[in-house]
Design a binder for this molecule. Structure first.
Ligand code: FRU
Length: 490
């Protein structure tokens, strides 16, 4: 379907009950609806927004276009949770209705101040020549969940020297001051992050660019986030326009981080190491973090990418969010682990120890389409070894270690319905180890694989048939010792 501008720029309150029900019926017939991931009721989901703990609950919003699987007029959809794993739909959080958000209530973040949730976001507008004008805006949510937008933008546009690609404010508090990082583009078409300061969340002063030393690194940096962890400063962002090179930047757009000494908040100076990607897989973008009440730094990402068609498009919905991950600093890098609350989803448990010698093995009760799997593999003599997930007659999603090349590979070439073909079917990372520790989460249409305590995470959407439910463990040209724990979520 070709979407006209009129069709793309309708807002939710203009949707009739019949339209909603028709879309819902199509969505319900999709064989790829997830069971434990946040997904849109209908239409398209993208970035996580406004992730915050407030009044005893986690609040999370996401970018939402209700009318179909395209990037149209963006709303904020609201979900809440007591425990990060059971989420409840709360309906539309923000619908774009004001002049300064006429073409979308774009991404943003939240912070609790004076007992209320302050939501800072981007108002996206287009003028009569379809030129973009971006505003930073604020809305306040009270204890009852009522959200009121401020009548005017709080930042009227980018400072001099930057284009209208100016969006996705991430707010935090340090001492008595509030700070924002905002994704931006310099007039010479390179991406960067801008830093602002406020004493009250309404009046903002431009501090300067975050001085990263990455002065020619893609044309736009979307969805920045900044926090300190273990004494380090961590800047996350999603750069667009990097060229693929061997192990790096294989997706259409990237997401990653710079770690260093904390940013100097008075002038934006940031001393840091190399840019590293957050996810080694295929479908990950525009992540956002929050601080849990117990001090954990939690990250959720969009399990999808812009400008890529997905097989669920024809079922009138697209995308989901990742499971929440806890962040750690280890060996000067950022490690990610599934939040421990995932254990709440565990049902029947099966454990197995075995040795596999140049063969492929399956085990009773170790299969399914929604489960958690932990596997310790002692590589011993094998040349390659790994796990096949969602296996069926002709389908398999393969994670393997190549002991000669010293790399770990995810292959979704035979995962089911193919998509994003221009970007290839394998993703790999260098890894030189004697043992592999894999922590895997499989839902109806996704896999998330945490490798060796979260040194790498491979995230991928897959679209297999329902009866591809097998799991196989294999070793080629040699032996592995294997320990498996499987928890069904079904
Ligand atoms: C990232 C992004 C953001 C923007 C939002 C619009 O995916 O392009 O930069 O705010 O999506 O939906």
């Amino acid at each position: 379907m070709n979407w006209t501008r009129e069709q793309r720029y309708r807002s939710f309150s203009g949707m009739t009950k019949e339209e909603y029900e028709k879309l819902q019926q199509t969505v319900e017939q999709s064989p790829w609806r997830q069971t434990f991931h946040i997904q849109p009721p209908i239409g398209l989901l993208n970035d996580p927004n406004g992730f915050c703990f407030h009044s005893g609950q986690y609040h999370l919003f996401y970018q939402w276009f209700p009318f179909g699987p395209v990037h149209g007029l963006k709303h904020w959809y609201h979900v809440t949770s007591d425990d990060l794993v059971h989420w409840e739909n709360q309906g539309v959080g923000m619908e774009p209705q004001k002049w300064f958000e006429s073409h979308g209530a774009y991404s943003g973040s939240g912070i609790v101040h004076d007992d209320k949730l302050h939501l800072l976001y981007t108002g996206n507008t287009r003028d009569s020549e379809w030129k973009r004008h971006s505003y930073q805006c604020i809305a306040i949510m009270d204890k009852h969940g009522d959200i009121k937008k401020h009548t005017a933008p709080i930042i009227q546009g980018p400072p001099e020297g930057y284009t209208q690609h100016f969006r996705d404010p991430k707010v935090w508090q340090q001492g008595d001051s509030f700070y924002l990082v905002i994704g931006a583009q310099r007039e010479n078409q390179t991406g960067c992050v801008l830093l602002y300061r406020s004493s009250n969340t309404f009046q903002w002063e431009f501090v300067g660019e975050v001085k990263t030393g990455k002065n020619d690194f893609g044309f736009m940096w979307e969805c920045p986030d900044y926090f300190e962890l273990d004494g380090k400063g961590v800047l996350l962002f999603s750069p667009q326009g990097l060229e693929a090179q061997n192990y790096h930047y294989q997706n259409i757009y990237q997401s990653g981080f710079l770690i260093g000494t904390p940013i100097h908040l008075d002038d934006g100076f940031f001393e840091h190491g190399e840019f590293q990607e957050l996810d080694a897989g295929f479908d990950f973008y525009a992540q956002q973090t929050t601080l849990a009440p117990d001090g954990r730094r939690i990250l959720i990402g969009w399990m999808g990418l812009p400008e890529i068609e997905y097989p669920t498009d024809r079922h009138q919905w697209a995308h989901c969010l990742t499971i929440p991950r806890e962040l750690f600093i280890k060996n000067g890098s950022l490690y990610q682990q599934p939040v421990r609350e995932m254990e709440k989803l565990r049902r029947s448990h099966t454990a197995k120890f075995d040795t596999i010698n140049n063969e492929s093995k399956t085990y009773d009760s170790i299969y399914g389409q929604c489960y958690e799997l932990k596997s310790e593999i002692n590589i011993q003599t094998a040349a390659t070894c790994g796990i096949k997930l969602r296996t069926g007659q002709e389908e398999e999603t393969v994670l393997y270690y190549d002991n000669d090349k010293k790399e770990i590979v995810l292959d979704r070439g035979k995962s089911g319905e193919r998509f994003a073909e221009a970007y290839g079917f394998t993703r790999s990372k260098p890894l030189d180890v004697e043992a592999l520790s894999l922590h895997i989460f499989v839902d109806v249409s996704s896999v998330e694989i945490f490798v060796n305590e979260g040194a790498y995470v491979f995230t991928a959407r897959i679209f297999p048939s329902r009866d591809s439910r097998g799991i196989a463990f294999f070793a080629r040209n040699g032996r592995i010792d294997l320990q498996v724990d499987h928890w069904s979520y079904e």
